[in-house]
Design a protein around this ligand. Structure first.
Ligand code: ADP
Ligand code: ZN
Ligand code: ZN
Length: 814
């Protein structure tokens, strides 16, 4: 009898594909191992063994596999079950989940391109075949696997490529190289023994005969009055002394050196004791444990700076002590050194970080550590994709800032929500889930209210610091009275001045990056448009160019209007870059930093800017959304929200909820350590209900109002929504397809269909877009509705003219 395997291919296929294997292969292979196979027109893929059996496929002759790539399974049974849930819930193929789940280095295929590692020199360490590839790459900057197959003269090349990657000779091309490597900056401070002002005279006396050392101490105290950490280089410069003298003070135990920026996550052996919980935190900790007795998932709703992290730490400790793994999920952007540092101090030898910005090798390393259940992989900190790691023994999943939109993957498929998928994953491991937020999403709070999740609250900030005082500034009024300078009201300027005078730091939040969203001709009113997308181009002052944020198109800033030729081009609206420029003029002495997508491209760039802010080299930090997430700076006393209206006016059913969350989170950055912070919100609509709720942190009032609207307008949590997007380069074709699809869906779902409609941005990268929304009431079966949608999709794709239209389904597209 012949032997066969069903495999998952990393492409969207509706069914699993079957290959033939030999008897020897059958006795060696296990589910979850990878094999190299040919599929389609001589394309090679890395497939995953799903099932081993003896039933030949119907309708085609099974091909043989090329070779087995693993000695042990790299994917386990629980993972496959989880993928199956994702594939069925989010209506995508198992292959798409497989592709998203594994690090790309595990998924070599014929189109994969490889490149030489620049400084590779160990040629002697290469085998003959490896050397052939190495040599070819001397002449050609990159090679596809297909080309390598031709060079070596056989199809079984994946293992050779794997060893070349292991030897660090080549890399898979998609890898992003890191430009910025942070260097460790050395700072100096008094040792604990001498760090008290009354010790100063004693110290000076003891150095009475060391003139140079005395001079350094005096300079040190001068610098210290600025309340900023002191760099060793600065101390040396200002005191006009040599490093040898400073070193002698260190040797004497008077000074000590410390570092502020840390780079790659490696455990330096330092560890700290877990903090004693306050009585409120202790109560919350006990309540969570109590809730876990009957509930799988608990929402920890704790105001900003209430010490949620410290409560998580206690829970993590408990689970690790029980010998189980912990997954700590956080929104993409929040992977700051701050949290990593804190967790590293407590769990250094147990902690690994998994991040999409990490290099391929680092990701493979973490994958393997988790697979082998190594000590270092007992606590995994990562963004949404870390949920796909090969956990075998999860005890707890923490979803921090659970309301964050970046837990949802929009493109490509699988279009999953990491919070919801994590809850399912936890069920499969029989593990617990804690969802944490100061501003829970409506759907999570609803689930807690319904008793589906447990609810534990922490309503006090650590140290009993009051929540910041929020002031709404009416800019319409300010404009009328001519009290605006650029985009700053006199009130906000006054508050900034006061903070800077007190040597405190300021955060300014602006919802847009770049200098000004659009350039407009003052004569004819036309704005330059992206040639590929239906959007106006954005002006970037730094390079004096126009850019499209959707497709990356760039062009130089024109001198004349393309429509009428007039030279009166004006920039309209404002972004982070313009705020930064205005600040430089308004506060020439202050050091201003900016944090947005443009300034934080590299892996370390967040850390660089945040490190500078932390070490108080930056006085005012201007930024977008990124600033709202979990940052903890003791010296920030003022947060300014430059323009609250552009969030509120966003055309989306969650705009109000999101605005509330964003503003409360940003405000939460103020006054965390001791003094009550201040927040100024500039707006044209100070009476807007959401702004009123933000200013009093009236979460439950906001929740009730939003929930009522959701009920009235048929939105989640009362209705499920599934969004279908059609894309094609031919305008008429996508239009016809959308009309056909709309009619078919309406015949099934009646009035619960919205559209077909043209989205706000109707063309991206030359593809015209149409969308349809299916709303599914709670009483209607979700599974049945999905089957119906799938049937309509199959019928749609059976129509010749429509076959080339891209058809995306997004379940829970919010
Ligand atoms: P949240 O995550 O709720 O915003 P954090 O966990 O970041 O709050 O805590 C805010 C600050 O208070 C942090 O600097 C943290 O170190 C400090 N803190 C919280 N709880 C304690 C505690 N029990 N003992 C000492 N410091 C604490
Ligand atoms: Zn014009
Ligand atoms: Zn574009």
């Amino acid at each position: 009898m012949d032997n066969f395997i069903d495999v998952i291919l990393p492409i969207p296929l509706q069914k699993l594909f079957t290959y033939k294997i030999t008897k020897a292969e059958a006795s060696f292979l296990k589910n979850g191992m990878r094999v190299a196979v040919e599929f389609g027109k001589s394309k090679i893929y890395t497939a995953l063994v799903y099932k081993i059996h003896q039933i030949p496929p119907i309708g085609y002759e099974a091909k043989e596999i090329y070779q087995i790539l693993d000695d042990i399974p790299v994917v386990n049974k629980i993972q496959i079950n989880h993928w199956e849930w994702i594939s069925s819930y989010y209506m995508c193929s198992l292959g798409e989940v497989y592709r998203a789940a594994l690090p790309s280095a595990f998924l070599l295929e014929s189109e994969t391109e490889v490149q030489l590692v620049k400084d590779f020199t160990n040629e002697e360490g290469l085998s003959n075949e490896e050397f052939l590839i190495f040599e070819a790459l001397q002449h050609q900057s990159q090679l596809s696997i297909q080309q390598i197959v031709e060079i070596i003269g056989k199809k079984t090349v994946f293992p050779i490529i794997k060893t070349l990657i292991d030897k660090n000779a080549i890399v898979v091309k998609e890898q992003i190289y890191e430009q910025y490597k942070p260097k460790l900056e050395k700072y100096v401070r008094l040792t604990e023994e001498w760090n008290a002002s009354e010790k100063l005279s004693e110290l000076m006396d003891s150095l009475s005969r060391a003139k140079k050392q005395r001079a350094i101490i005096l300079t040190f105290f001068q610098l210290q009055s600025a309340k900023k950490p002191i760099k060793i280089t600065q101390l040396q410069e200002d005191s006009n002394s040599s490093s040898a003298v400073i070193k002698s003070l260190i040797d004497k135990g008077i000074f000590e050196i410390y570092f502020i920026q840390t780079d790659r996550i490696s455990f330096d052996g330092k560890s700290g004791k877990i903090k004693e919980l306050t009585s409120h935190q202790e109560e919350a900790f006990i309540a969570i444990k109590e809730n876990f007795k009957t509930k799988q998932t608990v929402l920890l709703k704790g105001v900003t700076s209430s010490g949620k992290t410290e409560v998580y730490v206690k829970l993590i400790k408990k689970i690790i002590d029980e010998g189980k793994q912990v997954l700590y999920l956080l929104p993409e952007i929040a992977l700051t050194t701050q949290l990593i540092d804190r967790l590293q101090l407590y769990f250094g030898e147990y902690l690994s970080v998994f991040h999409s910005k990490y290099s391929m090798n680092e990701r493979v390393e973490v994958w393997n550590n988790v697979l082998e259940n190594k000590q270092k992989a007992q606590l995994i900190l990562g963004a949404r994709s870390s949920m796909f790691l090969p956990f075998s023994n999860l005890g707890l999943i923490i979803v921090d800032e659970e309301h964050e939109p970046s837990f949802k993957q929009y493109d490509p498929a699988p279009r999953y929500h990491a919070r919801d998928s994590a809850i399912v994953l936890a069920k499969q491991h029989n593990a617990k889930v804690i969802l944490g937020s100061a501003t829970p999403s409506i759907e999570t709070f609803y689930n807690a209210q319904q008793g589906k999740y447990g609810l534990v609250e922490l309503n006090r900030r650590f140290g009993n610091v009051l929540l910041p005082e929020i002031e709404l500034v009416d800019v319409k009024e300010k404009y009328r009275k001519k009290r605006m300078t650029g985009h700053f009201s006199d009130r906000l300027l006054e508050m900034i001045t006061e903070a800077l005078d007190n040597k405190e730091q300021v955060i300014l939040f602006q919802n847009r990056r770049g200098f000004a969203p659009v350039v407009e001709c003052e004569t004819c009113g036309v704005s330059p448009q992206c040639p590929n997308c239906d959007v106006s181009l954005t002006y970037h002052n730094y390079r004096k160019e126009l850019r499209c944020h959707y497709c990356g198109h760039r062009q130089a800033m024109p001198h004349n209007c393309g429509a009428c030729g007039s030279a009166n081009l004006n920039t309209k609206g404002f972004g982070t870059e313009q705020i930064e420029i205005e600040l430089l003029e308004l506060f020439p002495k202050a050091k201003v930093g900016r944090m947005d997508l443009d300034t934080t491209r590299g892996k370390y760039s967040y850390q660089k800017i945040l490190g500078q802010f932390q070490s108080q080299e930056i006085d005012i930090l201007v930024g977008t959304q990124m600033l709202s997430k979990g940052l903890d700076f003791a010296n920030v006393s003022l947060v300014g929200i430059m323009n609250a209206d552009n969030m509120l006016n966003f055309p989306d059913f969650r705009a109000h909820e999101r605005s509330y969350q964003l503003m409360v989170q940003v405000s939460g950055r103020a006054g965390r350590a001791s003094k009550r912070g201040k927040v100024a919100v500039q707006t044209y609509n100070p009476n807007h209900q959401i702004l009123q709720q933000v200013s009093t942190t009236a979460f439950e009032e906001m929740y009730k109002e939003q929930l009522e609207e959701r009920w009235q307008y048929h939105y989640p949590p009362f209705y499920r929504i599934i969004k279908i997007t059609l894309r094609h380069k031919d305008f008429n074709r996508v239009e016809e397809g959308a009309i056909w699809l709309g009619k078919s869906l309406i015949s099934i779902f009646k009035h619960d269909i919205l559209g077909p409609s043209t989205p706000g941005i109707s063309k991206i990268r030359n593809y015209y877009i149409r969308t349809l929304i299916v709303k599914i009431p709670q009483k209607q079966s979700l599974a049945v509705s999905k089957k119906q949608i799938q049937r309509v999709k199959n019928a749609f794709q059976a129509i010749n003219e429509f076959r080339s239209i891209r058809f995306n389904i997004d379940v829970d597209n919010y």
